[in-house]
Ligand binder design. Structure first.
Ligand SMILES: Nc1ncnc2c1ncn2[C@@H]1O[C@H](COP(=O)(O)OP(=O)(O)OP(=O)(O)O)[C@@H](O)[C@H]1O
Ligand SMILES: [Mg+2]
Length: 458
């Protein structure tokens, strides 16, 4: 038997999506469709029966595909691979973040690990009692009261009534729903449900805690409380799997992270590196990027931003920018009409999604910029002291106070360490957001008035 808390081997999960509604565009099409319908339905019924047989005891057998020759299930137009050939291991006591874009397969993975759904192929071995908080309300029976649900969840986890009694007050205190303890949970708001569900999952001493996106629900105060509690659970030696879109939370909590992309494992490793890779994923670094038809253009914006090039101050194109360099942004815009007050914002976000700086012509170029037709706006950021790491760039173009175009994460750049202080020391990458120019002086004694003056003089 392995010593891993979780061992995932070649895990795949295929779902059948609702078959597309075929809307015939001619009367003949409709008529033939109607004649063929019984045959089609019979085929579907046969296929469903095969799925159910192959899916064994699984609850959502209808959604599953049978395993044929290992992972080589035939791709069908109504099949979606939510997970594909994912393998990794988690050691007891590890706190692992799972990140990825919407639809990457994160929740599917957690559902398989929590035994809510079966994989199509591959396997997941879990050593330890699992408590999971997947979606608002999962694990709660809506007709039972909050109190009854606490006991039911504890019992499922294998705890005795006395053990649950001991934890009861703590759970209720944390959740803040004591006034509604004897109300059926179907009457709870989604915020109240998630409060109680999180509290139950985190306090019932599971060996493995699986949390999906709990921070998306609830106010800031509750989110901070959850993070604090998860930190406590993590430090008590439990294994935690945590899915979130909040990179700062993942970075703060997890020692290791997994990046899923299109159902596949893209990267597993040290959290900071995995997050940086995720934010850079699909971004073009330091070259001319066509923005005319960009997928991350904010909804409702016009295509005014046409391209962006990122290079060193002298225009040389590089993939990595040494710390302390000048960085040049050449942004081509083509507004549909002449603009009297063109305003361009270039915003840089670091690997945890924090906006570290904004270069804006209004802040740094006092005269209004008037443009007509295709124009290149150049901004040179001198002596860039941003900490080494990966950054994403957002652009926004306004006509005076009206936003005409905005694109999120339209480019990426990477700053690499250099001996910026001339001390031949490797700068600790995670220690700072900026490395400014600094002066140090040293004097013996405390900070009396005379000494303060002598510091000024030096
Ligand atoms: N029951 C289902 N039936 C059909 N397709 C499903 C089902 N559940 C998930 N999917 C599909 O599987 C893919 C992975 O979904 P999943 O919910 O795991 O993504 P996710 O990474 O959790 O996304 P998000 O960040 O939006 O929560 C998606 O394309 C989704 O539409
Ligand atoms: Mg999800």
């Amino acid at each position: 038997m392995s010593n891993h808390a979780i061992q995932v081997e070649n895990l795949s999960k295929a779902y059948r999506i609702g078959l597309k509604e075929e809307i015939p565009d001619t009367f003949m099409g409709a008529a033939t469709g109607w004649l063929k319908a019984p045959l089609r339905n019979l085929r579907r019924l046969r296929r469903l029966n095969t799925f159910a047989e192959n899916a064994g005891q699984n609850g959502d057998a209808k959604d599953q595909l049978p395993e044929k020759n290992g992972n080589s299930c035939e791709p069908a137009s109504d099949t979606i691979w939510a997970l594909r050939d994912v393998s990794f291991e988690v050691q007891p006591g590890e706190v692992v973040g799972i990140i990825g874009r919407n639809g990457a397969g994160k929740s599917t993975l957690l559902k398989i690990l929590s035994r809510i759904t079966d994989p199509t192929s591959g396997r997941a071995v879990i050593n330890g009692r699992v408590s999971s908080l997947l979606e608002v309300g999962t694990g709660f029976h809506p007709e039972l009261t909050g109190r009854e649900n606490i006991y039911m969840n504890g019992t499922i986890l294998g705890m005795t009534k006395r053990e649950i009694d001991r934890k009861f007050d703590e759970i209720v205190d944390f959740s803040g729903v004591e006034k509604f303890l004897d109300t059926p949970t179907k009457r709870y708001s989604s915020g109240m449900t998630v409060r109680l569900a999180f509290s139950v999952a985190a306090h019932l001493e599971p060996e493995i805690l699986i949390i999906d996106e709990v921070l998306a629900v609830g106010d800031q105060e509750f989110q901070n409380k959850c993070l604090g509690k998860m930190n406590e659970v993590a430090h008590s030696g439990r294994t935690v799997l945590f899915v979130s879109h909040n990179m700062a939370a993942v970075e703060g909590l997890c020692m290791k992270a997994i990046h899923l992309s299109g159902g596949q494992l893209s990267h597993i490793g040290e959290t900071h590196d995995v997050i940086a890779g995720y934010l850079q994923h699909g971004l073009t670094i330091a070259s001319e990027i066509d923005l005319s038809d960009h997928p991350r253009r904010v909804r409702g914006m016009q295509s005014v931003l046409k391209s962006v090039s990122i290079s060193l101050g002298d225009g040389s194109s590089v993939n990595q920018i040494p710390l302390g360099s000048d960085i040049r942004f050449d942004v081509v815009v083509d507004p549909p009409r002449p603009i009297r007050y063109a305003r361009l914002a270039i915003r840089l976000f670091n690997s945890v999604g924090l906006r570290v700086t904004t270069c804006h012509n209004e802040y740094q170029h006092p005269e209004p910029i008037a443009i007509a037709g295709k124009t290149t706006l150049r901004c040179i950021m001198r002596n860039c002291r941003l900490a080494p790491g990966a950054y994403t760039v957002n652009l926004q173009f306004d006509d005076h106070r009206v936003a005409l175009d905005k694109i999120d994460s339209c480019a990426g750049l990477e700053i690499i360490p250099t001996d910026i202080y001339g001390t031949s020391r490797v700068l600790p990458t995670h220690a700072a957001i900026v490395f400014p120019e600094v002066e140090w002086s040293v004097r013996a004694g405390g900070m009396g008035e005379r000494l303060a003056a002598s510091f000024k003089a030096c």
